[in-house]
Design a protein around this ligand. Sequence first.
Ligand code: SF4
Length: 319
Amino acid sequence: MLSIGSSTQGASERYIQSFGCSWLRHIMDIGIAKGYQALDGVIFSAGTCDSLQNVSDIWRKVFSEQWAYNLTFPVLTDTKAAVEYLQNEFETLVQKISEKFPDNPHGFTITDSIKLYNRKRINLQKLLSLVSERRFRYSDFFKLALLGDILPIETINPYLSIKIEQVESSSQLTIPDSPRLLLSGGMFDSFRLFEEIPEFDQIVTDDLSFGARNFKFSIPQSGFLQGYAQAYLERIPDPTAFDMEKRWKGLEEAIRHHNIEGVILLGMKFCDPDSFEFVSIQNNLKDLDIPYLTLETSPDLSNIQQIQTRLSAYIEMLS
Ligand code: SF4
């Protein structure tokens, strides 16, 4: 992970709108401090939240050597028109990528890629089920889930398979089975929080954008882009989709399936989609009589001590 010095922290202030969230500021600060030379380009998801709206224009200005593209997602997720729209967006993106990067360094066909990424999704699902059985730490799982998005697919897949074999052949961990916690939220990706606060290993499953929501679906091998659009829109939506009914259905199912005793709602500072949905989720959790803890942080984890104190008190209350 890149760390940024205090002299460059806040360097993004002059580029980002006042309502920009802490996550967006953080990735801009890192880019200004260290550059993103390792990346050939960046694809932004437009039509999701206010912070990300039109960031690609700012990105082009700040990192002028880098290719930046806006992929617009439909607001509604459960209509035929939404699937057609997203399929069309994907087709345009594929065309733009092949124009911009005509070489295919890995030599993968689209069918190869679907197989490899579906394999990764299955491996991550398996690892998460081992977390629920208390055989693998949530903090280790989350780190691997993030690595799965960074390392080349041909590297991460064998690694995940070996890890699963190792965990399956070892005995259970010494983590107490109660309380069983679910972690819900949006674009949280600072895994150091889970490494530094051992109480987070009480988590048995999650509902984060870079966690379980990122791999709990698979893409059909035929009709690739149409199938991808459909699978993507049918999955449990991110907070940015503002589809509370579908979102809560997925959460409720996870609560029952994993015998959840408590829910942690983890939001990113100044993230409106997180704040909006937490109110509905909290009301639904009250109806189910599930105690919850709402935490808010930023990518630099400046309030980590406070989080540790509040989490310890919450777990003590549940025990
Ligand atoms: S969803 Fe939230 S954390 Fe993600 S970019 Fe938008 S405001 Fe920031």
